[in-house]
Ligand binder design. Sequence first.
Ligand SMILES: Nc1ncnc2c1ncn2[C@@H]1O[C@H](COP(=O)(O)OP(=O)(O)OP(=O)(O)O)[C@@H](O)[C@H]1O
Ligand SMILES: [Mg+2]
Length: 238
Amino acid sequence: MSQGYCRGWRVRIPESSGREQATGYQTGGHRLQKWQQEMRESPLNRDTGVTNGGKTTLAKKLQKHLPNCSVISQDDFFKPQSEIETDTNGFLQYDVLEALNMEKMMSAISRWMESPRHSPVSTDSGSTEEIPILIIEGFLLFNYKPLDALWNRSYFLTIPYEECKRRRSTRVYEPPDVPGYFDGHVWPMYLKHRQEIENITWEIIYLDGTKSEEDLFSQVYEELKQELAKHKCLQVTT
Ligand SMILES: Nc1ncnc2c1ncn2[C@@H]1O[C@H](COP(=O)(O)OP(=O)(O)OP(=O)(O)O)[C@@H](O)[C@H]1O
Ligand SMILES: [Mg+2]
């Protein structure tokens, strides 16, 4: 069967949890330009892919082991249920960009960019000498244009349909998945979004989400350590 999805990550702050958020900030071109400059100094990574691919698990584990690392989870920016559309089958349309308060998420990224060393969600093992890292993880990061220019590294976790459905059935979402929801909304939306990113030109690193949590962590951790070493060289030579 076809590969499943997870979603990409970078780094930043979650301010609340679950499918319940609101309010927004302005995210103009000027601010984006500022981010594009700053991203050369502070690595941003994003981790995306299929639902239940292991995005949050991986991001949290990386945060635990990387100094000065912050995580922003797209899942923390779902709009309240009252604002979520319903399709003709009665399925709440959660797996679409419109279900997310992306402006609020962008404002969280912006706040991190303005003060990365003082982020409330940084690991406490860092020192002022360590380069701040932001990981943003979520299921619809590559389909949101304003984020395109921001990343240093982009990861996409995949798992097969059967494994995705199995993992999903062991989770309890709020609101809970109704019968038929996975095949009637979640998986078709994943396939649609996966199709949309096929023309992306920047590098996406695909990760096999059926590998063990430890293997996935080791691979990405090593790559990020190398990336950090490069940034440290740049900081010394410029
Ligand atoms: N490498 C792995 N191997 C097996 N199971 C895993 C692995 N990584 C995560 N899991 C399990 O899969 C489930 C989903 O993990 P996680 O919440 O990290 O996924 P997610 O991609 O963030 O999902 P969501 O779409 O709900 O945000 C959890 O039960 C977790 O324990
Ligand atoms: Mg998650």
